[in-house]
Design a protein. Structure first.
Length: 84
């Protein structure tokens, strides 16, 4: 795909005249939400085994075995998260 057609790979937002007017905002907010999860929490695997990256069946290519992780709020973010 060329750079100009990059936005059309997200079919859930629709195409053409009936495209979602909030698609640009949604793409930006997803990045911010992921960054906030990485910044505010410490992430660990539940078990010592490696993460299974095999694909399941379906049109969206889901993981064969769901990812399980444990999160703990970072000490520096505890006061900020308690105010919410």
């Amino acid at each position: 795909m060329e750079g100009g057609h990059e936005a059309y790979k997200f079919v859930p937002f629709g195409l053409g005249r009936r495209a979602c007017p909030g698609a640009g905002l949604a793409n930006r907010v997803m990045g911010l939400a992921l960054a906030a999860l990485i910044q505010c929490f410490e992430w660990e695997r539940i078990s010592e085994e490696e993460v299974d990256m095999s694909q399941g069946t379906g049109i969206t290519m889901p993981k064969a075995k769901p990812l399980e992780a444990m999160c703990k709020s970072r000490h520096s973010m505890s006061t900020l998260l308690s105010q919410l």
